[in-house]
Structure formats: C-alpha cells, structure tokens
Design a protein around this ligand. Structure first.
Ligand SMILES: [Zn+2]
Length: 250
C-alpha cells in the first residue's frame, strides 16, 4: 500500500491540472440524495437507487455470465435513454476489482450495460491506495452492495510474480514494483498447492485481497459487512471456457 499522506498531494496536483479531482472530492462530501436532486435539471428525473441486496447483486452477475456464455450481448443504448437516465446519478450494482487484461472486460463477461459496474482495473487486480479509495467511494457514497475481486487464468502479472519467486526475474520500469504485492500470494500458493503454481497463485492473490478487505478495511466498509448490506467475494475467470468461478463467497 502507498501511504495515505500521498493522497492530498496527488489530489492537489490533479485538481490543478483539471479540477476534476477537486470536484469529485467536493461532490463526495455531500449526502448522495441531496447531491443528486441538486444536480438534476427540472426535466430529468433522478432514478431511485436500486434496492438490490448483496445476494441479488451476486445472482445478477452469475446470471449475466451465463448470458455471456450463451451469446447474449449486454443491452445497447442505441437511443441514449439509458445514458440520460443515469447522467445525473449512478447506482452501480457491484464493484469489480479486476485485471487490465484485454481479454477480461467485466461488462461483457457479466452481460452488464451503462452504469451497472464500478470497475477498478490494474494488471494483477491488486489494491493500492488509489484502488482502495475508489472502492471506499463506491461502497460508502454509492451504496454498492457487492465487491468482486476477480483474477483470471494465465494472468501475465501473476506469471511475472511467479517468475520473480521461482527464477529471481527482474523487470524494467515500474513493472517490478507493480507485481510486488502479488509475491506473497505466490509464496502462499507454493506452500499450499503443489499443482499448477500459476493458477494457484491467481486464486491465492484473489483470496488474500478478499481477506484483507474483510479484515482491514475502514469502518465504512466493515460496518456494512457486519450489517450484511455488503458482500465481498472472490472470482476467477477462465479464458478458455468463459466461465466465472466465484469462491470465498462467505
Ligand atoms: Zn491479468
């Protein structure tokens, strides 16, 4: 994890560059309902937040993956109605922490459309300070009921971490630092599962993140978990057959 002191510096720099981060922070400070109504022009109704439970949100993703496998494509928004409907307020049903890999696009894999998934992506689906802040924003401000941490088969970032552990490999630029948080997962996998080390590491990387989120998150996340208003689950996407296997669902 980066340290949190870097956050203000980053925010100031981004605010100076474009003002968007400052706007985001100011918007985040106001309660959602008042903000949504204050922003909505009189002729655009703000849609009510969906009342999905964590279980319903998870079932929706599972059903969406079955749709993806059967060739159904996500809803398109040809007439712009959905875009307008959510233009002033978003109510996504799940946060996805997933890999940047071009073969793993969450909306497609879960058959979802505009405004349905709040996605945090990086190579190796790890959680640094920026990812954690994004997740907290989605949970605390947008009331998202489900967090899915999803790895995938033959992940290049996890393979890089495996090669660091097995062969002492090094990588140029920031790549080495990027795969560093995955190394403990490889070590876990090596101790626990003698089979396919890469795939065991993919799962261990997800499980470690799920367990860290459940134990060491801020109260804004932990309170919701305790109140059963939030679930955090793990998943692995299979590149060969297109299925998402959910695990660590407890
Ligand atoms: Zn990957």
């Amino acid at each position: 994890m980066d340290d949190y002191q870097g956050k203000d510096k980053g925010l100031t720099r981004r605010a100076m560059m474009g003002g968007t981060a400052l706007g985001f922070a100011a918007a985040a400070a106001a309660p959602l309902a008042s903000r949504a109504s204050a922003l909505a022009p009189p002729d655009v109704a703000v849609p009510a937040p969906p009342s999905l439970t964590p279980d319903q949100a998870l079932a929706t993703l599972k059903r969406g993956n079955r749709d993806f496998l059967s060739g159904k494509t996500p809803r398109q928004d040809g007439d712009g109605r959905r875009r307008l409907e959510i233009a002033r307020a978003q109510h996504p049903i799940a946060v996805l922490v997933s890999c940047s890999d071009s073969r793993v696009p969450p909306e497609l894999l879960f058959g979802r459309g505009l405004g349905e998934l709040f996605i945090i992506r990086n190579a190796g689906n790890t959680i640094d300070t920026v990812a954690m802040g994004s997740l907290e924003y989605a949970v605390a401000e947008l009331n998202v009921p489900l967090v899915v941490v999803m790895g995938h088969e033959r992940c290049g970032a996890v393979a890089a971490a495996v090669s660091v552990v097995e062969d002492g490999a090094t990588f140029p630029g920031s790549i080495g630092q990027m795969v560093e948080p995955i190394i403990p997962a490889v070590l876990d996998a090596r101790r626990a599962r003698p089979g396919d080390l890469l795939d065991a590491s993919v799962r261990a990387n997800v499980s470690r993140t799920v367990s860290r989120l459940r134990q060491f998150s801020e109260p804004m996340v932990l309170d919701r978990l305790r109140q059963k208003r939030l679930r955090i689950v793990g998943a692995r996407y299979d590149l060969d057959d297109g299925t998402v296997d959910f695990f660590d669902e407890a």
